[in-house]
Structure formats: C-alpha cells, structure tokens
Design a protein around this ligand. Structure first.
Ligand code: ATP
Ligand code: MG
Length: 173
C-alpha cells in the first residue's frame, strides 16, 4: 500500500479505452484494493460492467452523464452536469478512501469547454499519494498527457460498427 499511485490516460479513436481501465479495476480488486469509477457522459443503459459492479462491495460506481455526446441546445444543462460530475470526482479523490479511481470519458469535459483543464490538472496533482487515477476518452488534452506517467493511444484499425455490426451485449455494453 506504500506504493506511489499512478496517473494513466487511455485515449485515441479505437475501441478499448474504457475496457482497458476496467481490466485494471479487475486487477486491483483482486488485490483487495478499494476502487471507484466515475463515469462522465454515459447514459443510464444496462451496461454489463455496471450490473457486475453492483455485486462487488469494494467497487463504488457513479454516473454523471446523460448520453454519449453533449447536445448544443442544452449546453447550459450539460455544463451543469459536467461540473456536478467533476465535483463528485473531486470529493471521491480527496476522500482518500480509494486505491484506484477511474474517471471514464473525462477528456470530453475540457474538450467541449465544459471545464477548464487546469481544474483537472490541479486535482490530480494534489491527489492522495497512494491513489492511482485512470482517465479515459478521445482527444485527451496535452496537459493531461503531460501530468500522466503512462499514456496509451488506441488506434482504430477497424471497428465492427463500420461494417454495420450493432453495439453488442457483453462486448460494447
Ligand atoms: P470500450 O468501452 O469498448 O472499451 P472505448 O471506451 O474505447 O470502448 P468510447 O469512445 O468510449 O470507446 O466509445 C463508446 C462506445 O463506442 C463503446 O461501446 C465502444 O465499443 C464503441 N466504439 C469504440 N470505438 C469505436 C469506433 N471506432 N467506431 C464505432 N464505435 C466505437
Ligand atoms: Mg469509453
């Protein structure tokens, strides 16, 4: 437990950013670590990972978004939801209750100008020392990349979606 926590970014256009974070969550849970996931932008659908999370005591899961993409006509609502999500993430990080926190799809907050990237940077820089943080999402801001110790960009070679394969239970959700 005396390890210094990591700052990891999973970005790029290919499939696997969130699921790679979930793989690390699985790994951490196996060691008895306490894990928190805060999801930005996700709808309230029946995601398999969330159904599974309900069965795991040492995993706390929070959802802040209202769908995939911010809609322009509701821009003030979206900004409010984004801010609420950020404040929740901040509370969880500062609580020092966790060994690992995943901020899923957080890269979109600065990308859509819903949040100043400096607010995220500041939060990460003063996180509890033992805490590891994984941030996911496309278009990761250079400042997030700079403060991370490990950054992976997942390239899309092809995706079933482009061949008309619909989002599939157990694979996409
Ligand atoms: P996953 O959750 O499968 O690891 P991801 O986190 O890398 O995907 P997101 O950008 O969060 O990808 O995409 C949200 C959804 O879109 C996921 O269900 C994902 O499988 C799907 N997806 C990812 N990449 C592509 C792509 N290149 N084309 C179409 N759909 C994609
Ligand atoms: Mg994702």
């Amino acid at each position: 437990m005396s390890d210094v926590g990591r700052v990891i970014v999973n970005t790029g256009n290919g499939k696997g950013k969130t699921t790679a974070a979930l793989g690390t969550v699985f790994r951490a849970l196996g060691h008895g670590h306490k894990v928190c996931i805060v999801q930005f932008l996700k709808g309230q659908g029946q995601y398999g990972e969330r159904l599974m999370a309900e069965k795991i005591d040492s995993l706390d899961w929070f959802i802040c978004g209202r769908g995939f993409v911010f809609k322009k006509k509701n821009i003030d609502d979206d900004r409010k939801v984004a801010r609420e999500g950020f404040l929740l993430a901040r509370e969880k990080i500062e609580s020092d209750k966790y060994d690992l926190i995943v901020l899923d799809e957080i890269t979109y907050l600065p990308h859509y100008n819903f949040l100043d990237v400096e607010e995220i940077v500041e939060l990460i820089l003063k996180k509890p020392q033992r805490l590891s943080v994984i941030m996911t999402g496309r278009e990761a801001d250079p400042k997030l990349i700079q403060i991370a110790d490990t950054v992976s960009s997942i390239e899309s070679i092809k995706h079933g979606y482009e061949q008309g394969i619909k989002a599939q239970k157990g694979i996409e959700f």
